[in-house]
Design a protein around this ligand. Structure first.
Ligand SMILES: Cc1cc2nc3c(=O)[nH]c(=O)nc-3n(C[C@H](O)[C@H](O)[C@H](O)COP(=O)(O)OP(=O)(O)OC[C@H]3O[C@@H](n4cnc5c(N)ncnc54)[C@H](O)[C@@H]3O)c2cc1C
Length: 238
């Protein structure tokens, strides 16, 4: 682990070394299973890839319990086991002709996948508007501004009030379920419900689809959040 700094009370940005095969470069929305302990807690913790630069990988995490509290006490040079990248990530194949216009809507730690997302989708020629919601003070907004066509920030209110979903070819969201559901309802009311993709959170054990611990009922049958997701079309899971 190379660095681990607090970016806001309760939020940390961690940088680590991860030798990445060229065919496994992390995509926005993919995650890694992290652990920095031997046996207790038993399970590794899933954290989205915030950024990837060569063999450097970054994670933005919020301390909520035992595992993330242990992460927050890591110092440069401490060992960290990283398994991944895992899961499907946000779709990259939505446009058959010209690249589209995308809104990325994140709340709290749910802003994490969209730092990499803004870089990758703009790199593919898309226009990317970011909508970042914070319940406390905003953080890393200058860094996000450097990567997106526009950034809208809401502190203490509802980020979903800030967006007109009709202007977008696709809308990606990650964060509190209540926020993602409100956005989905808004998209449906505007007649664009099929354009929204959500990144689901679930308690995970293996992270690779072997244990079925994160199974979720969807319109297409039972799906594993870790392997079939964490990104799903909203209409399949909400
Ligand atoms: C695919 C995926 C990507 C994620 N990416 C990020 C990220 O980039 N940054 C980040 O901060 N967090 C992320 N999370 C959430 C993160 O995995 C959990 O916050 C973490 O596992 C909590 O571990 P803990 O040991 O600190 O908390 P625990 O001690 O395990 O739990 C503390 C409290 O948090 C609740 N909780 C724990 N995990 C979850 C969860 N997944 N969903 C809902 N409630 C939970 C528990 O019920 C408990 O009340 C992601 C989760 C998933 C599934």
């Amino acid at each position: 682990m190379r660095s681990n700094r607090q970016v806001s009370p309760g939020f940390y940005l961690l940088e680590a070394e991860l030798p990445i095969r060229p065919d496994r470069i992390p995509r926005a929305g993919q995650f890694c299973m992290l652990r920095s302990w031997d046996s207790i807690p038993v399970l590794s913790r899933p954290i989205s890839v915030f950024d990837a630069q060569g063999s450097r990988v970054f994670f933005l995490y919020k301390t909520v319990g035992r595992g993330t509290a242990i992460f927050s006490r890591l110092n440069p040079g401490d060992s960290l086991t990283i398994q991944g990248p895992l899961g499907n990530g946000f779709p990259m194949d939505l446009w058959s002709n010209a690249p589209g216009r995308i809104a990325m809507v994140g709340g709290g730690a749910g802003i994490a996948p969209f730092y990499l997302g803004a870089k990758q989708y703009r790199g593919a020629g898309c226009t990317v508007d970011l909508y970042l919601g914070f319940s406390g003070a905003a953080f890393l907004t200058d860094e996000y501004r450097d990567r997106a066509d526009s950034v809208t920030v809401n502190v203490g209110g509802r980020i979903t009030d800030e967006i007109d979903p009709t202007g977008y070819d696709a809308i990606f969201t990650c964060g509190p379920e209540i926020m993602m559901k409100a956005l989905w309802e808004k998209c449906k009311a505007c007649g664009v419900g099929e354009r929204i993709f959500v990144s689901l959170e679930a308690r995970m054990a293996c992270g690779v689809g072997a244990c079925y611990g994160c199974s979720k009922q969807t319109a297409g049958g039972n799906k594993k959040v870790c392997k079939d997701g964490p990104v799903f079309p909203a209409e399949d899971v909400l």
